[in-house]
Design a protein around this ligand. Structure first.
Ligand code: SF4
Length: 350
């Protein structure tokens, strides 16, 4: 067996790459599969734990690879049951994940991060005020699920039912790693989560949405819409300048036609900005193109941002206008706002 000089994170390899690395040093494929099971089913933190491997093989793994696990730094509990966890990564950076329990519907959702920081600078979002530092590795995304799942079992007596990629970062700019993490979450010999219980949320990158369709993904897609005409969307989401609404609608039509997966729009209601009847009418037009559900979200104030929450009356009129036009609408109450865990609030505050 050869010894490499620099250790690589073994969880950066996909199954085929790991098997190839084993075969290259004369190890059998089934040994590689045992390691895969330790890593992605049993959540091993070290090679020492892999007790069904020979000592020689464990030593070789230890000399050539590392396992970069994330580490819980703080756990904050909201009065409404939401739990926010701040994790430290192996290189010292921090990310946040949120557990959102809806016990009534037996729905326990984790909102995971896909990048350290974000490059898209949406004006209403706390993460957008941080610089993008790097994409998360697949293992760092899966670890968020595993840790929060344990927290969910401890607190609520049952595991997670859903995953949304709506935390820090733009998932479609960490495309390869996000898809790899979903492969591991849905691996039928591991966590075995149904792809129907996974939603990836994007600020709207048309060519990557088409790529999702070409790659025949099976999870759901959410577009963070937040404004239903280009002038307003340009104002709050600079990504709209290269990906205007018509381009996005075309890419979503392509996604729907080719995957038959569910698509939803996320729409944060911002007082006197996107909450009028005319805004609702603009949104109705965008709901006519393909089957889509709209989640209207209460806004949570972010330090240094001028937007306010829409009043209850305006919210009611806005959603009733949508409903009257036959649009499927859900109102998302703000969750975890006392611990800065609500939509748009993740920012690694100390
Ligand atoms: S809303 Fe999403 S895409 Fe926009 S800045 Fe925040 S994390 Fe980035």
């Amino acid at each position: 067996m050869s010894i490499q000089t620099e250790k690589i994170d073994i969880r950066k390899l996909n199954a085929a790459e790991l098997i190839a690395a084993f075969e290259e040093v004369g190890e059998k494929k089934y040994r590689a599969n045992q390691v895969i099971e330790w890593l992605w089913k049993k959540g091993a933190k070290s090679f020492d734990e892999m007790t069904n491997l020979s000592l020689d093989l464990r030593n070789w793994l230890d000399n050539n690879f590392i396992i970069n696990k994330i580490r819980t730094e703080t756990v904050q509990r909201s009065e409404d049951g939401t739990i926010k966890v701040r994790f430290q990564l192996h290189d010292g950076h921090f990310i946040e994940s949120v557990l959102i329990p809806v016990a009534r519907d037996e729905r326990f959702t984790v909102c995971v991060s896909s990048q350290v920081g974000c490059s898209l600078t949406c004006s209403f979002c706390a993460t957008g005020k941080m610089k993008r530092i790097r994409n998360l590795d697949p293992g760092e995304i899966v670890d968020q699920f595993v840790f929060i799942n344990e927290e969910c079992e401890k607190t609520y007596g049952r595991g997670l039912s859903n995953v949304v990629y709506m935390g820090m970062g733009e998932p479609l700019l960490a495309y390869k790693n996000v898809l790899q993490s979903i492969d591991w979450l849905t691996w039928n010999k591991g966590i075995n989560l149904s792809p129907r219980r996974i939603t990836v949320s994007t600020a709207g990158i048309a060519k990557m949405i088409k790529k999702l369709a070409d790659d025949e993904v099976r999870f759901n897609l959410a577009l963070s819409l937040h404004a239903a005409n280009d002038a307003k969307r340009d104002e709050i989401m600079p990504i709209n300048e290269q990906n205007n609404l018509e381009t996005l609608m075309e890419s979503l039509e392509y996604f729907c036609a080719n995957t038959k997966n569910k698509v939803s729009y996320e729409y944060i209601a911002l007082e006197n900005f996107n909450d009028t009847v005319q805004d609702a009418k603009d949104l109705i037009k965008l709901c006519r193109r393909f089957p889509v559900k709209v989640n209207v979200i209460e806004y949570n104030p972010v330090e240094g941002v001028d937007f306010n929450r829409t009043s209850d009356d305006k919210m009611k009129l806005f959603t009733q206008t949508l409903l009257a036009a036959g649009v499927r609408v859900t109102i998302r109450k703000s969750r975890g706002k006392d611990i800065d865990a609500a939509c748009g609030q993740l920012a690694n505050k100390n």
